[in-house]
Design a binder for this molecule. Structure first.
Ligand code: NAG
Ligand code: NAG
Ligand code: NAG
Ligand code: NAG
Length: 528
């Protein structure tokens, strides 16, 4: 083992300064399909181009000079002849001729195996003693200076699970096998490979007592799972094999058994079972003692809690995507909820048939305040207040309005009457027109606003006509109204019962279990 390593190191030291490995053996066995080169060191004719000539000798054709144009697979650099890759037909004798030197190789290209990743004839065998150092390092075994694309290590033609291209451990019997390093090289945009294989044989001088496996074994365990500790040794009749451990209720020994190892040696196995592993089992050691005459050997097991797996990358990415997706969905829902707040509230009211008007003892749902005199410029507002509003809110939606002109018996003290009517209503609807403020209704307005803003007894709904564009005449106290309590009537767009205007108005009105009126038209009856 060490001998081979030293030899390889020497090789590398000798030739790494030159361009790649020199081939000094006269007989060279190689395998088809791989990269290979023939190279003579030292190359004394480096200075003069054309001073180096390569020949291939075959029985049928005699000696033929190889030039750069011989084959696209073959590349010439002075004293180096490269094959990208080797073919069976490359077998033969090769001669390198320089002015003052010549050299000959016999190249033997072997057929690839269809079943294995290595060629049995090219395998180096290496013996490693059990418990000794098993060391395989593909990088150290690479003797060409062509830059590598990648390297992989295979055991018995299966790629190593860790993806590492080296192994360094205490040799166990199960480590026996064929270790193949596969080197991938990039040439003219194509990947080529070459392989180096070692057959590792694990040996044991069975006359020396031993316990199988490393002296100390660390075992990854999951809490709550069962663990079996296996201690086996080739035993003679007078030797003993036994466990020493801290006695805990969940630790038991199994009856010992015998088995024949692959080398034909009789072994004894004792097994310790730890059921339902808990924290107490972790901080202690389990030692197997083997006594054979004067020899005393031990093997120690240590249980280590298995590190929690990190979240694998793809799970993490998926989690991120789902999180982002859900966040976006929530934001969208919130935005939709804000935009369609009115529709949602109305839908909710109709679904639950909620009624706010039952328990407060008030008679009217809304007191409608408007300008009573019929001047031409206010005609629209007036007819809206006394005709359209009651038609829609009372007939279609089932509210009860208080309209002064209609509901107040003349003759009472107007001021007191208005005061008590407002107190008896749940909303104050103000139908605003330009001359409203200067008018006598101002009293309604002010006592209503007073109730709304100071005593918080009544909520104000302000309806403005689109023809009223200048709002500077509004009293200051009304400017304090929240903007969603101000509705704009647009004669052309607000006609349908489903229009924004009526929805917003219903939203501001108290919730009332409404009977939909089926026989009425979809549109607000037009006012003449
Ligand atoms: C190495 O190259 C040979 C021939 O080109 C190919 O058959 C083989 O599959 C390659 N090996 C790997 C591991 O790709
Ligand atoms: C090649 O050139 C080097 C210097 O560049 C010189 O030392 C060497 O002697 C030359 N070799 C031959 C064979 O001419
Ligand atoms: C190996 O070759 C592939 C193309 O076949 C290339 O994409 C990759 O970058 C190469 N890797 C290295 C380390 O050169
Ligand atoms: C115990 O380990 C040995 C090798 O170390 C193995 O051959 C044997 O089958 C194992 N026994 C059990 C019961 O696992």
């Amino acid at each position: 083992m060490h001998y081979i390593e030293i030899l390889l190191t020497l090789w590398i030291l000798t030739f790494s300064r030159t361009s790649g490995r020199c081939i000094s053996r006269a007989n060279v066995n190689v395998v088809e399909g791989e990269y290979f080169h023939l190279k003579r060191c030292p190359c004394t004719s480096q200075n003069k181009t054309g001073a180096v000539k390569w020949y291939k000798n075959s029985d049928s054709l005699g000696s033929v000079e190889i030039t750069s144009s011989s084959s696209p697979r073959i590349v010439l650099h002075n004293c180096t002849l490269e094959f990208w890759p080797l073919e069976l037909s490359d077998s033969g004798n090769y001669t390198l001729k320089m002015s003052d030197d010549s050299y000959e190789w016999k190249l033997n290209v072997l057929r690839r195996s269809n079943h294995r990743c290595y060629c049995e004839n090219l395998v180096e065998t290496e013996l490693v003693e059990i418990g000794g150092a098993l060391s395989i390092d593909c990088d150290k075994m690479y003797l060409y200076n062509k830059s590598l694309n990648s390297t992989s290590l295979y055991k018995d033609c299966e790629v190593s699970k860790s993806g590492d291209s080296f192994i360094k451990k205490e040799a166990e019997f199960k480590d026996q096998g064929y270790y193949t390093c596969i080197y991938f090289l990039l040439h003219n945009g194509k990947l080529f490979n070459l392989t180096r294989t070692r057959n590792i044989k694990i040996t044991k001088d069975i006359s020396i007592p031993h316990i199988w496996g490393p002296k100390t074994e660390t075992i990854d365990v999951e809490l709550g799972k069962d663990v079996r500790l296996n201690c086996s040794a080739p035993v003679a009749d007078f030797s003993t094999l036994e466990w020493k451990y801290e006695s805990l209720p969940n630790v038991h020994e199994e009856n010992s058994s015998r088995y024949l190892s692959p080398e034909g040696v009789s072994n004894r196995t004792i097994i310790l079972i730890i059921k339902n592993v808990n924290e107490k089992n972790l901080n202690t050691t389990y030692t197997c003692y083997f006594k054979d005459g004067d020899n005393m050997l031990t093997k120690t097991f240590i249980l280590v809690k298995k590190a929690m797996m990190d979240i694998p990358d793809h799970v993490f990415t998926r989690g991120m995507i789902i999180t982002v997706f859900i966040s976006v969905a929530i934001v969208c829902l919130v935005i939709l909820g804000i935009v369609y707040r009115v529709d949602l509230v109305l839908f909710y009211r109709s679904l639950t048939r909620r009624d706010e008007t039952l328990a407060d003892g008030k008679e009217y749902d809304a007191f409608v305040s408007y300008l009573k005199e019929c001047q031409t410029e206010n005609e629209e507002a007036h007819s809206f207040a006394v005709e359209t509003l009651p038609k829609v809110l009372e007939k279609h939606f089932g509210y009860k309005l208080c309209i002064f002109e209609r509901d107040v018996v003349p003759g009472k003290a107007i001021v007191d009457e208005i005061q008590s009517l407002i107190e008896n209503s749940r909303r104050l609807i103000i139908v605003l027109s330009k001359s409203y403020i200067s008018n006598e209704v101002r009293y309604e307005l002010e006592s209503g606003i007073h109730e709304a803003l100071v005593e918080r007894k009544i909520k104000i709904i302000l309806i403005i006509f689109s023809s009223v564009s200048d709002l500077t005449f509004l009293p200051q106290s009304l400017e304090l109204l929240k903007s969603h309590r101000v509705l704009k009537w647009k004669a052309d767009k607000s006609l349908s019962y489903n229009s924004r205007f009526w929805k917003n108005l219903l939203y501001l009105m108290p919730a009332k279990a409404v009977k939909p009126c089926k026989d009425e038209a979809d549109f607000v009856p037009l006012i003449s």
